[in-house]
Design a protein around this ligand. Structure first.
Ligand SMILES: [Zn+2]
Ligand SMILES: [Zn+2]
Length: 269
């Protein structure tokens, strides 16, 4: 288990967060609506059967190749289309996108070429130029990616993986966790799988010169952020030495929005 399924705990924690920090309430409600759309489809997903032998998977990992191929993801295209429509409607309702953008996103969901669009997105090639298209595809694909990732993780250990991309789906990390022992785990932005990575290096450009990496923490010490000067990117972390619960990606991304704002300020100054 990657611990990444949409459990009621995410929903409860998000609601509590919105009450504790009213300035985050609108972001919380948007996230809750997106989770609700995905949960309905998630309950219908069957567990995929991966035929690749365990030693083939292990060999792939040790040669530095991520495990998942697009063809192995058991998409139910009717449900993917439904999700694209619903996620688009949620974004429109919360006024994240305008009406013409919603219309364009709806037509991607209805198009017979949707599997090709999804394949390009999965391969991290440029997709169609529509605002929020990557985010919409990401929400629509995630239940399938996560379920397949769970099956693969039961077959092979990810312990030897040291690259900066996800060992399952090849995406970049979008969050991280500092463990009680001070190690770092990166969290995939697409399938939420976690893997160990050098705690002092930038996970985007591998820069490990401490003088060009700046670190900040929230006043309660619960979250940290590492800002890399050479590439100009940053990664947030839940500090497991201070936290009373494990990482909940859907919650912690929202809870750390004020940290993003603080980072933007320091980058401008
Ligand atoms: Zn991944
Ligand atoms: Zn960097």
């Amino acid at each position: 288990m990657s611990g990444s399924r949409l459990l009621p705990r995410d929903v409860l924690e998000l609601k509590a967060l919105g009450e504790r920090q009213p300035e985050l309430a609108s972001a919380v409600h948007l996230q809750l609506d997106l989770i609700e759309a995905v949960r309905r489809v998630q309950s219908r997903i069957t567990t995929p059967w991966i035929e690749t032998p365990a030693d083939t998977l292990a060999a792939r990992l040790s040669s530095g190749q991520p495990l998942l191929e697009f063809a192995q993801i058991a998409f139910d295209w009717n449900d993917v289309r439904l999700l694209i429509r619903q996620v688009t409607d949620v974004l429109r309702r919360h006024e994240v996108i305008d009406a013409p953008t919603a219309t364009a996103l709806h037509s991607v969901g209805r198009s017979p070429t949707l599997p090709d669009v999804m394949r390009a997105w999965f391969s991290r090639q440029a997709t169609i130029e529509i605002e929020m298209i990557d985010e919409v595809l990401s929400w629509a694909a995630r239940p399938y990616l996560q379920r397949t990732a769970e099956v693969l993780q039961q077959r092979v250990s990810l312990e030897q993986w040291t690259r900066n991309i996800c060992p399952i789906c090849a995406a970049e990390p979008e969050f991280s966790v500092i463990t009680v022992g001070g190690e770092r785990q990166l969290v995939c932005g697409r399938c939420h799988v976690r893997w160990a990575f050098n705690p002092i290096a930038c996970p985007y450009c591998s820069n490990d010169d401490r003088t060009s990496i700046k670190s900040m923490a929230t006043p309660d010490g619960l979250y940290r952020v590492m800002i890399c000067a050479p590439c100009g990117r940053y990664i947030k972390a839940l500090d497991g030495r201070k936290a009373s619960r494990p990482l909940l990606p859907y919650v912690d991304l929202i809870a750390t929005l004020p940290l993003d704002a603080a980072v933007m300020k320091t980058m401008k100054s």
